[in-house]
Design a protein around this ligand. Sequence first.
Ligand code: BEZ
Length: 262
Amino acid sequence: MEFNFVLVHNLKQNVESKGTKSIYWYVRIKDKYKGLCLPILAISFTLNVNTMSLRLGDIAPDFTAETTEGKINFHEWIGDKWAILFSHPADYTPVCTTELGAVAKYKPEFDKRNVKVIAVSVDPLDSHQGWVKDINETQNCNVNYPIIADPDRKVAELYDLIHPNANDKFTVRSVFIIGPDKKIKLTITYPASTGRNFDEILRVIDSLQLTANYSVATPANWKDGEDVVVAPAIKTEDIPGRFPKGFKEIKPYLRLTPQPNK
Ligand code: BEZ
């Protein structure tokens, strides 16, 4: 009797996706005459594929997806505006219902700031469509922005929205603020049990848009209209020419000036 050894491997999940994966190797004896493969040994080990999170300054990954407002290409949809991509764990859940209602009511504030908003979860389109009726009814609103249907988790993978040690099925509550240059300007991730504060998201947009145009930074708890910090790169003797509204030098490295665009 003659034997051939055949090495077979079986990937539990696609190893190109992120996270810890298992690969099983089987050594089988192939019976030359009967053509049967008999498993005699299974070696299993875990391959830890490093999770490369998206970082500030990275280009927001582009994708094509179905949404409640039709198929979109993400970068084309952003166009020359700012964008907020926010994920929620699942449709027909209480906190998410309040969040999506809140965003609908904040839409005029986002519009004023030239910001488009889009939601995403791993639920399919028909689920989103049914749930939107509930959101409108219970939150007294009109969901006026698209929700991405991501049942195959394409967007969830691109944006690292499944955190298996928190929950291996649902997307986390993440927020990405993306500039007109398609670069990521802010990321925040909240646990499923904590609804987001959209006033904070607006506050950050105000800061991002201000600091994109002026050599300033915004201090702790800053709100639109309050004094701002002169960027450390500006020499104190150059401040009067750059900031004609005046400035206060609290320390050589801490100089405040009225918000320049107000
Ligand atoms: C919610 O949106 O209410 C929720 C979703 C997932 C887990 C916990 C709460």
